[in-house]
Design a protein around this ligand. Structure first.
Ligand SMILES: C=CC1=C(C)c2cc3[nH]c(cc4nc(cc5[nH]c(cc1n2)c(C)c5CCC(=O)O)C(CCC(=O)O)=C4C)c(C)c3C=C
Ligand SMILES: [Fe+2]
Ligand SMILES: [Fe+2]
Length: 354
């Protein structure tokens, strides 16, 4: 905490201009902070281990009692998983920038959002990660130093889950806990049923289909899973996912069997939300379905879970079991459709502040 900066900001805000001899103090900007899940700094053992350790120590992510979970985490999980996940990240790594695609897309989204909001010169956009770098605390401090005394914090998850949205909020408020003079805060809610989001998903499917030389018989809307026990205890994530799929199906005018909800990326021995994506892909192929498409409405950006697990692994499963044509529809990323969603939601949340 920088006490003299806090005092200067307080004076500048409450007593007006500072004496000419005083160093300049920046106030009066509105910050927009985009936050995504996170990412390792590299694919080798130690950066992977640091990232997984931070991620899997989060009580919002793994709810097991610490006395049971920590010995497992620090024993088997952190000795084996860094190599396995590192090898998977290495397949999708952005070697040009030496970073994961999630970081590349999140930065691009922030840059394009800043450009899109150029009718509001007092708005400053930045981005951070819940786990790994750049951290929420560092970026929030930097935004305040650059003059943001109001911040709109946007967890980049269309569907709410305590494992994602809530833990981003927690981490942000943890950073604020250390400040004497906090900025004013708004947190952006989930947007599973926002018309601009549903329309962007629909158009991205339509555009993708126009590039294909086959017609998918079944389309899977594959969302990241969570343990079923979290849903039973009140996490609304499952309902949010079902609602997004239903609204999209209505917008596309498709039958129930043409667009189905599935859940991917399970972790550990518990039952997770079902039907599982990999099992569904396998069953469809075995049942004689020849052409399918999979897309990931719950992921704002392509990342390990979409590029490696779906575009890679799920495609292999489909072909190994008799399927012929498999296509992965990219996430909205920093496309014009993706930016229309982010900008639309942000503009609504900025109302009254700009
Ligand atoms: C162990 C429990 C996990 C829960 C619960 C969970 C929920 C959850 N995650 C996302 C989005 C992403 N997860 C990503 C990677 C990832 N997720 C878990 C575990 C849980 N996720 C792990 C261990 C990992 C790391 C990779 C691995 O070792 O398998 C990513 C990708 C990040 C990247 O850099 O590419 C995203 C995005 C959501 C939306 C969600 C609940 C709704
Ligand atoms: Fe995850
Ligand atoms: Fe995965």
């Amino acid at each position: 905490m920088n006490i003299s900066t806090d005092i200067d900001r307080a004076r500048a805000r409450s007593v007006g201009p500072l004496p000419e001899t005083h160093p300049p103090v920046k106030i009066g900007k509105v910050g927009v902070l985009l936050v995504n899940l996170g990412t390792p700094d590299g694919t080798d053992y130690w950066p992977m281990r640091r990232y997984l350790r931070e991620f899997l120590s989060d009580r919002r992510v793994i709810e097991w009692p610490r006395a049971i979970w920590y010995p497992i985490l620090h024993g088997i999980v952190l000795s084996k998983r860094p190599q396995k996940s590192g090898a998977a990240y290495a397949e999708i790594w952005n070697y040009e920038r030496n970073e994961s695609p999630l970081r590349t897309f999140t930065r691009a989204q922030a840059e394009k959002l800043q450009d899109g909001l150029n009718d509001h010169p007092n708005v400053l956009v930045d981005w951070a990660m819940r786990y790994g770098n750049p951290s929420i605390e560092d970026v929030t401090q930097s935004m305040i130093k650059r003059g943001c005394d109001r911040i709109v914090m946007f967890p980049l998850y269309p569907q709410y889950s305590a494992t994602t949205t809530a833990t981003v909020n927690d981490k942000f408020f943890e950073a604020l806990q250390k400040m004497r003079f906090q900025p004013a805060i708004r947190t952006v809610p989930s947007y599973q049923d926002e018309p601009v989001y549903i329309e962007a998903l629909a158009q991205s499917i339509e555009r993708h289909f126009a590039t294909l030389d086959f017609e998918p018989e079944v389309v899977l809307a594959s969302y990241h899973g969570i343990p079923q026990s979290y849903f039973r205890r009140g996490d609304p994530y499952h309902c949010h996912c079902q609602k997004t799929t239903r609204l999209l199906r209505e917008r596309l005018g498709w039958e129930k069997d043409k667009l189905i909800t599935t859940f991917q990326s399970r972790f550990g021995p518990e039952e997770w939300l079902q039907p599982y994506t990999d099992k569904t892909v396998e069953k469809l192929a075995k049942d004689g379905v020849k052409n399918i498409a999979v897309f990931n409405p719950g992921f704002v950006s392509d990342c390990l879970e979409t590029l490696e697990e779906i575009a890679g692994e799920a495609g292999e499963i489909f072909h190994e079991n008799g399927g012929e044509n498999f296509t992965h529809i990219p996430c909205l990323n920093d496309s014009d459709l993706g930016m229309a969603v982010i900008e639309g939601v942000v503009r609504r949340e900025l109302a009254g502040w700009v």
